[in-house]
Structures are given as structure tokens and as C-alpha cells.
Design a protein around this ligand. Sequence first.
Ligand code: PMP
Length: 426
Amino acid sequence: AALADAPLPVLGHDVRVPLVTGGEVPYAALDYAASAPALRRVWDDVAAYAPYYGSVHRGAGYLSQLSTDLFESSRADVAAFLGCRPADQVVFTRSTTDSLNLLAAVVPAGTRVFVFETEHHASLLPWERREDVEVTYLDAPRTPGQAVRTLEEALAAREPYGPALVCVTGASNVTGELWPVRELAAAAHAHGARIVLDAAQLAPHHPVDVTELDVDWVAFSGHKLYAPFGAGVLAGRADWLQAGEPYLAGGGASRKVARRDGGGVDVEWHDTAARHEAGSPNVIGVYAIAAACKALTEAGFERLVEREQRLVEAVRAGLAEVPGVKVLSLFGDDAPRVGVISFVVEGWNSSHFAAALSAEYGIGVRDGLFCAHPLVRTLLGDESVEPGECGAPEAGPSLNALRVSFGAGTPDEHVERFVTAVGELV
Ligand code: PMP
């Protein structure tokens, strides 16, 4: 039973950090929501492959063939991990941000996009860049049911329309709260709209099955799913991806390029995932994502979810004991959430608090507005916040927040140290 409840081995948790108060402690990485440490198993798999990597789709040699095979079998592994439908495409990108920008680039002209103002900037901002797309921003809901009603009303109010797309997060990167994805998908489809799921925070904490959730696309990042930086995924319906202009123009995306009579070139583009994967792909990053997907599945994702929920409850209970700590939530303090918890401490500048956790306890959390400025402002109830760069700690006391986040690799000790540290600092 003890083994079944053990965290998965990850890199970086044995790093020792000096404390200003003297001595040193093992680093407590409690900022998984920004980037999770890589699983040791992913590292081992990548290290075993690294001596053999070669160009993908671009070479006749043995190592090129091997790399091409691994690249394509990684696509199949990711499709299996996501429960993709047979006709779905898995496109490899650089990140969730890249995936959502890619989808925004290919949505048909005239598409109506519906997005909650509570989204991460990666889900909120790409649509506005298309001048031929109309974006409807939906108010922050205060319950999951209200989210569904708000969406239904907005969809109904704008009918009839041609193509329409709803973009929604599966788990908030600020509150960690789970959004009612299945219900939102049903509402979207009932009104003839499609839905893309930003699973950047959901996929590392919960199995995501696009067939079961009935979402049209899903996006996530490798570096939050226990793989390294530099690779991400957009998976889902092929039609809009096939009809849209290639995301990048270049080799790999083009099937045939010929000189045009009278000057210029005629291009015939691929209509598979390759259409949006121009240039030499990040085969190591992609292989690492597939390794992470397999590692999570083999470890028993449900058991990891249960374990993480135990840690969530420990943090919730611990913070509830500390006077002046306010946990941020849209759907209520008891709403189901993944291992992502934001809070403010009365009388403290969140940046100073985060600095003290680091310097005095060797704990790494995040402070700021978490690239979701409208949501954090709503939660803090202060419309006057003028943040600097994404997350820069320029705001004054309580104008930004703290976020503690954890996952499959987090030992109990990190969470316990965190709760103790918050109490001691207060
Ligand atoms: N969506 C959500 C919900 C996120 O938390 C993040 C990362 N914080 C992103 C999108 C963007 O991910 P990336 O920075 O890997 O592109």
C-alpha cells in the first residue's frame, strides 16, 4: 500500500538549496503548474534514444528511419493517451500557446468564437488576432452550472451562425478548479458549435479522453506533463486543420512545389498533420511527450489522481488553519480541483511571501497574476491592478497572488513543509 501511494520519481527533487537562515534542504518544487519536473522515466527513455536520433522524414539512413518511426509512433501513443477518434489528427507544436494559435490560424473565416474571460491568456488572446473572426467574451461564472448556462445563453443569442467555436480550460491554472467540460461540450454541440479544450493544466492531473468528453480539439504542453520544454500537442478533428492554410510555410508542409509559368511557384500542401509541422521537428521533445504519456498510463493514472487529491486536501486543511490566508476560488472553496491552489495572505505582498518561502524554506512557488489577469483581478476584487509583464511582481500588497502547485512527483514532505512554512511566516 505504501508503494502504491508513492510519488513517481522526478528530476530535481534531490537538488539541495542553501537557506538564508543557515543550512540547506532539498528543493521543494511546488510550481508544477508553471513547469513540472520531468519524470525520471522520461529522462531515461530519452537518454536511451538520444545517441540514435536523426532527421525525421528527411533521410534514407538507418537513424533517420528510426527517428521517423519513433516520431510517428509517438503520434500514435499520444492519440491513444488522449482517446482520439480514428479520424483525429495529432499535430506536434511547441506548446499549448502554439497549439491554440495554430487552431486560431485555421478556423474558417467568419467563425464566432466564445471564450470565458477567466481563461489563461493562451486561450483568451489568439482569436482576436483574426480580423475575420468575431469573439464573444463570457463573464466569469460563479458555479460550474452557471458556466454552462452562460455559454448556452450566449450561443442561443447569436444564432443563426455558420462555424462557431468554444474555447475552454479543463482545469484553471489559477484556482485549479475543474470546469464542466463534458457539459460545455454538449451545450456547444447542441448549438452547432465546436469546442477546443485547453488541457494544459488538466492533462497532467487527470486522464483526458476526447471521445468521452466529446471535445473537438485538445491542446497541452509537454513541460507541464512531466516532459521537457519545447513540444506540445494539438489533437482533434481533421477538417478545419486540413482546410486551413499551413501554420508555417516551408519544407515538410509542402507535398509538391513547382515553378509557375511566368514566375513564382505553385505549392501543393500536405493535408495531414504534416501540413502544420513545417521545418525539422523536435523529435526529442515529441518522443519525451509520448514517454510521459506512457509512464502516466503505466503507473496507473487513477492512483496518481487519488494520491494528488490527498495532497490537495492536506493543503486546503493546512491553509484553513492559518489566520489571514484566503484561498482563491470561483466555484467555492470546496469545489473539485487539481493540485493548483492560489491564495493571498492578509497584510503580505505576495511576492515577498514567495521570496521568504524560497529563502527560508527552500520552497519554490509562484507569485503574480499567472497569465490570467482578468481572472485574478476578478478573484482579488481589485480592478485597479496594473501588472507589468506576465507575472512580474510589480503590484503592491495583495494585488497579486501566490500559487502552490504539485502533482505526480510531489512527496508528502514538500506539502507538509509548505503548510508549516506558511503558518510560521504568518
Ligand atoms: N493554458 C493554461 C491553462 C496554462 O496554465 C498554460 C501555462 N501556464 C498555458 C495555457 C500555456 O502553456 P505554455 O506556456 O506551455 O504554452
